[in-house]
Design a protein around this ligand. Sequence first.
Ligand code: NAD
Length: 356
Amino acid sequence: MGKKTIIVTGGAGFIGSNFVNAWVGKALGKVINLDKLTYAGNMENLAGISQHPDHVFVHADIADRTAVKALLDTHQPFAVVNFAAESHVDRSIHAPDAFIQTNVVGTFNLLEEVRAYWQALPVDAQSQFRFLHVSTDEVYGSLSASDPAFKESNTYQPNSPYSASKAASDHLVRAYHHTYGLPTLTTNCSNNYGPYHFPEKLIPLVIHNALSGKPLPIYGNGSNIRDWLYVEDHCSAIREVLARGIPGETYNIGGWNEKTNLEVVHTLCDILDQERPKAQGSYRDQMTFVKDRPGHDARYAIDATKIEQELGWKPEETFETGIRKTVRWYLEHAEWVARVTSGEYQHWLSKNYHER
Ligand code: NAD
């Protein structure tokens, strides 16, 4: 087992690319980055490390057992970190099939190949191996205003096809530990924000629409509450869980930053008003309330006591510092946004895999 090689799935997406960029940047060893490059995968997120010898990109599907087996056998990783997923709730409402295929069948196929690889390792290498599954707080369902925040012991009550498919994958991971002894770790994180976030999600969408003079859509009356974490803090938590988490355990990750959607949009408008003032008026003038998402969960909130107390992890950013950093990143990376919104970022695939 190559002690320093890790396989990351979904490493061209939002969180995965932040994780891979940080891992390679810290000289922690080689990353084999397996990604199917769906609409959410963007090789431009990895432009800074595209020539780095510690980064190997592999265009493949986690559900493709032959491809996964070949990678495990060739690279002999000490860990697999699974970010690959269909991740957008609205898309799961309109077209759930891909969510079942990747999040449930894909995770199952990945687990099967990882199990076979792990079972063939020498005993001492078996105990060092880790399979870390990246999941969401949405599996716990919705909270009322007075409910305590989600703890790891909360029951699963997923409400959307997205969260149900993630819940199913979490249960499979749990079962592979319980049944086969595979050293698994599961992390359930709150809403992330930061660089390389696909502009279909609230924060990058609002920044992009504000700057383009378009309406800023807010579901319902904007009172839904989400708990926000800066993406680099999520990545540092995952590194911590990978290094020191107890196999079979799950860890909730969050920044104690509950905000209504309305508060988030107001904050973004106010920062933009300072950083990129309009000729007249405020970006708040572009806010528009739209018909609510069906089955929209009222509130998510993470109780991060376990990871803080057992692993000593703490986020570096507050919501106020992280959101300002994020707005500045989007202002400085207008070209990245333009290439995503025009669809040009997807040309990488046809240019590099034209023989297929
Ligand atoms: P994303 O949609 O930005 O990226 C997903 C990546 O997975 C893309 O690069 C895509 O090409 C790849 N992918 C999709 N299907 C694949 C398949 N079958 N095989 C290989 N690769 C495939 O998602 P994200 O926001 O970066 O989320 C990453 C993980 O973190 C997901 O598992 C998600 O459930 C979880 N999560 C996300 C958030 C959040 O706020 N974004 C919060 C908590 C947990």
